[in-house]
Design a binder for this molecule. Structure first.
Ligand code: RTP
Ligand code: MG
Length: 140
């Protein structure tokens, strides 16, 4: 199996509730290793650029407002099949549909305030990581 890297974000609903450690424990228990991590707050322009792929979606403006409403914790996760493994431990976008034991099932508030982001392909992961981290910030 391939060792991959993926971008993870702990979203403002989770930093507000002081549950970043509980989420990190789930990621590490799944076998994912944090090789970069920082707490930041996005500007509107940064959030719009990150979610540019969703620009035409009806939830775009709400999503940008949410993602700039408070601090986020951005992480690079490394491990075997890290992209898919992270998506699995996150659970479905809508917590009502997320499997028991997943981060979103346990912690998400609703389909928007769903606690975590994870890249959806290795290609997007590389682009998202480059958007958020300098190469020297990754310590594998
Ligand atoms: P993410 O990108 O955050 O990992 O989540 P995802 O792939 O599961 O979901 P995606 O379709 O990419 O949507 C990105 C984020 O937009 C918010 N959203 N709101 N109000 C809505 O119907 C709605 N749908 C999506 C969520 O915060 C979602 O994670
Ligand atoms: Mg997505």
């Amino acid at each position: 199996m391939a060792i991959e890297r993926t971008l993870s974000i702990i979203k403002p609903d989770a930093t507000a509730r002081n549950i970043t450690g509980k989420i990190i424990a789930k990621l590490e228990e799944a076998g994912l290793r944090i090789i970069a991590q920082k707490r930041i707050r996005w500007s509107k322009a940064e959030a719009e650029a990150f979610y540019a792929v969703h620009r035409e979606r009806p939830f775009f403006n709400d999503l940008v407002a949410f993602m700039t409403s408070g601090p986020i914790v951005v992480q690079v996760l490394e491990g075997e099949n890290a992209v898919a493994k992270n998506r699995e431990v996150m659970g479905a976008t809508n917590p009502a549909n997320a499997a028991p034991g997943t981060i979103r099932r346990e912690f998400a508030e609703n389909i928007e305030r769903n606690s975590v982001h994870g890249s959806d392909s290795a290609e997007n992961a590389a682009a998202e990581i480059a958007q958020v981290f300098k190469p020297e910030e990754l310590v594998g």
